[in-house]
Every structure is written in C-alpha cells, then in structure tokens.
Design a binder for this molecule. Structure first.
Ligand SMILES: [Zn+2]
Length: 133
C-alpha cells in the first residue's frame, strides 16, 4: 500500500503538476491530515491517472476517494457510484495553485453532499423510530 502523500505533486509527461488534493472527512468535514492510504494507482495511459484512496478520520469515519486526473488539467471524481467530470481550466500563470484551489473546493463540495446524505439517512431512521412509539 502506498502513502497517498508520496504520489504528490503528481507530474505528467507534459509537465503538468498536480498538488495533493485536500481530503475532507465526509462526516465531520475536518481536513484529514496525513495517514491516507492509496489503495491503487493506475496509469495505463500516460495522460491519465486513476487513484483509489482511503483515509480514516479521528472521528472514526472511514472515507473512500476515487479520482481520475488528466494531463490537460481536467479531472473526474466518483460520488455514490457516479462519475462527475470537471473540464480543464484555461492555462494561466500559477496553474498549479489554481488547480489546488479548485481541487480543494471540489473535495469540500463532495464532503458536504456526503453529509447531506447522512443527515437524510438519520432523519429517516428517526422517523421510523417515532412511528413505532
Ligand atoms: Zn471525521
């Protein structure tokens, strides 16, 4: 098993470098500091890299991440078994910094959606319990 941090900055053959994505706990929204494990890395095509990662949060929640990065700056991520695409931003100065910011926002959004899912699930459970009374 690889250390997630050792993958970044990830450098494509064309020179595009991508910094470590910020991994946020889906349950408590805290940043997961270190201790992320890379389950699998696949780059059969040099312009694309697939990364499967897992990380445990101090809150006890185990988080799974799947991402596909491309050398044009575009990327995809998987959420609830569905792929979501993000097209490449236009090349500009400080592209790496820009990508880092976009990537962080994406992870935060992803985490918020997961929390919403949990809140709905808990509401359904509470509703069920209330019916029983
Ligand atoms: Zn957490």
């Amino acid at each position: 098993m690889l250390n997630f941090d050792s993958l970044f900055p990830y450098r494509f053959d064309n020179g595009l470098t991508i910094g470590r994505p910020v991994l946020t706990c889906a349950f408590c929204l805290r940043k997961i500091q270190g201790a992320a494990e890379t389950q699998r890395v696949s780059n059969l095509i040099p312009s694309v890299v697939d990364i499967w990662a897992e990380a445990s949060c101090p809150c006890g929640m185990r988080n799974q991440f799947r991402m596909r990065l491309r050398d044009d700056g575009s990327y995809s991520y998987q959420k609830e078994n569905k792929w979501h695409e993000r097209i490449a931003p236009r090349p500009q100065k400080g592209l790496v910094v820009h990508l880092k910011a976009v990537w962080s926002l994406l992870i935060i959004l992803f985490s918020c959606l997961k929390v919403l899912f949990w809140v709905r699930k808990m509401r359904r459970m509470l509703a069920k319990q209330n019916k029983r009374r």
